[in-house]
Design a protein around this ligand. Sequence first.
Ligand code: KIV
Length: 276
Amino acid sequence: MSPNENSEPTSNDSKQRVTTRTLQRMRRDGKAISMLTAYDYPTAEALDEAGVDILLVGDSLAMVVQGHETTLPVTMDQMLYHAEMVGRATRRALVVVDLPFPEGQLEITRSVEASARVLKETRCHAVKLEGGAEQANRIKAIVTAGVPVMAHVGLRPQSVHVEGGYRIQRKEDQLIADALAAEKAGAFAVLIECVPSNIGKAINDAVSVPTIGIGAGPDVTGQVLVTHDMIGFNSGYTPKFVRQFSDVRGAIKTAATNYCESIRNGKFPDNKESFE
Ligand code: KIV
C-alpha cells in the first residue's frame, strides 16, 4: 500500500491510528492532545475506545500495579510484558513505552537495544525517556535507530533519590534548554512534569513539537494523568494536579462487600445462576 498524506487521522477520528505526524498536526491546528497510562489489555481497550490519543505504558506501573514506593524497581522485561498487552489491545492510540531505570541511564547502545525491543516484541510505537539536554545524544541515537522518542523534562521520578523527594521544578532557563535540546535531538514530543503554569507555557512557546503536561498547567499542547489516579483506583497520596473522574476503588469495594454478603446470606448463586 502506498503512503497517503490524506489518510492521517484527526484528533476525533476514531478509526485511524494516531501517529507522531498526527500529533504534530494537532499542535499546529491548536487541538488538545489527551494521554493516559495503561498497563493491561482490558483497560487499554477501554481507553482506546474512549478516544484517548496517546497511551503510555508508564514505569508508574511499579507504583500503581506492583505496589512499590517509587518507579525504580520495575524491569525492562516486566515493561515489555505489559506493553505487549497494551499494544495488542489498541487500535487507534499511539502507544508509548517508558524506558525503566536504568535502561535510559547506562550506555547509549543499551538504550537503543531496549528501545528496539519495544518495537520488535510489542505492537507499541515509541519510547519515553527521562531527561533533556544531557540525554540529547541518547535521544538522537534511538531516533536514528528508527524508534520515536518522547522526552520527559521537569520532575524526573527516576531521580527521586538524587533530588531528595518529588519537588516542583522552577529553573525556567534550564527547563527550556532541556526541552529545546530534546527537540533538536529528534524527540517528537516533550512531556513536562510538575512545573509552575507560567514555565509550562514558556516551554510550550519555546519548542515546536507537542508538549504534554502533568502538573504543568493548561497552556501546553496536551495533558496526561496516571489512569489509576484519574479513575480513583489508588491508595494513599494524591498529587494536587490530579483530578479524580471516578471512584473505581469504591465501586470495587462495594461490589466485593455485596458479593460476600450474598454468599453469607445464601442468596448467591440462585436458580438462574445454577445448572439444572
Ligand atoms: O510513568 C508514568 O506514568 C509517567 C507519568 C509522568 C505520566 O511517566
